[in-house]
Structure formats: C-alpha cells, structure tokens
Design a binder for this molecule. Structure first.
Ligand SMILES: N[C@H](CCC[C@H](N)C(=O)O)C(=O)O
Length: 280
C-alpha cells in the first residue's frame, strides 16, 4: 500500500512524518525500510502523528533500526509545526503526547507559519530517579567508564529516553564514529544509550556531537542537548541556560530552577512531500 509522507527536519535531524488514525502494526519494518538512505527515503526516524485522548496530538517515533524511542525533541518540534500548519491552526500552545509523557509546546508564528518552537521537555531523571533539590554530585555526575582501554567520564541523564553525556577536549574533532557505538552498547546501559560528546566553551556555550541509539551519528539531538546542559550544569561547568552548538545548528536550552523542567527552543522545517510504494 502506498504511503503519503512529509519529510521534515529540525537542525538536520530528519524525519519521515506520516499522519495516521492509529499506529500500524508493521511500524518497525516500515521504519527500517523508509529510513534507509539508499533503498528508501532516508531519515533519522519515522514519526507518526496520531490522535490523542489526552493531548492535542500524539507522536510515536521509530529509529532506522526499527526500535522505538520514547522521546525525540527535534521530532516534537516538527510534529507541533505539522499539527499547526496541516491539521489545526487554532492554538499556539499545544500539548503533544509522547511515550515520555505529555509535552507542552509553544509556537512562535509569523504570517501563519511557525518560525520557532519551544518545548517543555519535562524533568531530567538521573539514574532512574528524579533529581532531588540537593544534588548528590559525587554519586551521579561524571562517573568513570572504561571501554577498550580508553577512559571516559559520563553523566547519565534520562529525558524520557537515555543519554550518556561525556565531556571531551574538543567535540568538533572528536572521533564520534569510533567511540559512539562502543558507548551506546556498553553493558552499563541495558537499554543502550544515546551518547553526547560535549565541550563547554563558556558557561553559556556548549559544542556537542551526538551518536544516537539505533541511528548513528546525527546532525542534532534535542533531548541530547537538554541532557548536555543538565550534565554540564550539574558538573558546575555551565549555567542552567545555554546555547548548544550542533553540527546542524543551535538549540537554546533552559533548565528552569523552580519547576526543574528543561525547555528547548529551536526550528522545525518542511522539506518535501512524497509517496512511497512500500516494499514489494
Ligand atoms: N534525535 C532525537 C532523539 C532520538 C533518540 C533515539 N535515537 C533514541 O533511541 O532514544 C531528539 O531530537 O531528541
């Protein structure tokens, strides 16, 4: 059966977006086929825009390897824009249901078009428990990890999906392709993990490269940028509000002290419309 889809991207983190009344059973196989950059359309994820009973719209996202991610910051921004411009342009404040919970989204609109999207990404979770007000830094921040003779320090931050944030000397030149997969599949992370390599340039500027679970290196990762600011702030290296420079562009992240929620602001763009005939 032919599928109509919309290609979207947020800072070069690109998605095949399809609107459906229910999640198809073969979503994982479809994700593997559609996301393939040589035999399919090519994308970092297959995103379903679905009706929701609890929110304005629901989103489910599958990685190119067919696994499902609980969360995807860049895709939430794309889904919010898709919903506003294609489904219902009534509200500039939306809620999006994800597997990580309900997310509140604010749209900046100019001439009927969404020019920026701010997402409340919720509370970061360290080691599977919510961060208490007084943080036990020694225990949860920059833990040592050894892999293939190399030593790293990582801070595990969940934004609904797992992240391991690693500070390195120079993120732009770091061999992400070499170490990303080894950390992604390290036995310390039973569900595997997304891995962010960061360099704090100044308390409000962070360079980041990312190796995503089930994907590989991508140009940007919204939940990863949130995790990076949380980890850098916990380590006392950055402020709670910072710009994260990614290969695909910049994200603005603010970890609100009062609510403990992380807010992410960035773009979401349409690329093209297509039809996919499906596998033979
Ligand atoms: N790129 C996404 C995250 C996808 C994470 C996915 N690869 C996982 O398995 O958790 C973002 O902008 O937040």
């Amino acid at each position: 059966m032919t599928w109509s889809f919309t290609k979207m991207q947020g800072l070069g983190n690109d998605f095949v977006v399809v609107s459906r009344s229910a999640l198809p059973e073969d979503a994982p196989e479809r994700a593997r086929a559609l996301c393939d950059r040589h035999f399919g359309v090519g994308a970092d994820g297959l995103v379903f825009v679905l009706p929701s009973e609890k929110a304005d719209v629901a989103m489910r996202i599958f990685n190119p390897d067919g696994t499902e991610a609980e969360q995807c910051g860049n895709a939430v921004r794309c889904v919010a824009r898709y919903f506003f411009e294609r489904i219902s342009g009534e509200k500039r404040e939306l809620t999006v249901e994800t597997r990580a919970g309900l997310q509140r989204v604010g749209l900046e609109v100019s001439k009927g078009r969404v020019v920026a999207v701010c997402v409340d990404m919720g509370r970061p979770i360290l080691k599977g428990r919510e961060i208490p007000t007084a943080i036990d830094r020694e225990r949860v921040v920059e833990e040592p990890l050894e892999v293939d003779g190399a030593r790293f320090r990582f801070t595990a931050v969940s934004m609904g999906n797992p992240h391991a944030v690693v500070r390195v000397e120079d993120a732009p030149s770091f061999p992400v392709e070499k170490w990303g997969p080894r950390l992604e599949t390290h036995p310390l992370f039973p569900r595997k993990t997304n891995v962010e390599f960061i360099t704090v340039r100044s308390p409000r500027e962070i360079d980041m490269r990312v190796w995503e679970r089930g994907v590989g290196q991508t140009l940007a990762c919204g939940s990863g940028a949130c995790a990076a600011v949380v980890a850098a702030a916990l380590a006392g290296k950055a402020e709670r509000e910072a710009t994260v420079h990614l290969l695909g562009g910049d994200l603005h992240i603010r970890w609100d002290e009062k609510s403990d929620h992380v807010f992410m602001t960035g773009p979401a763009e349409f690329v093209f419309e297509g039809k996919w005939p499906g596998p033979e």
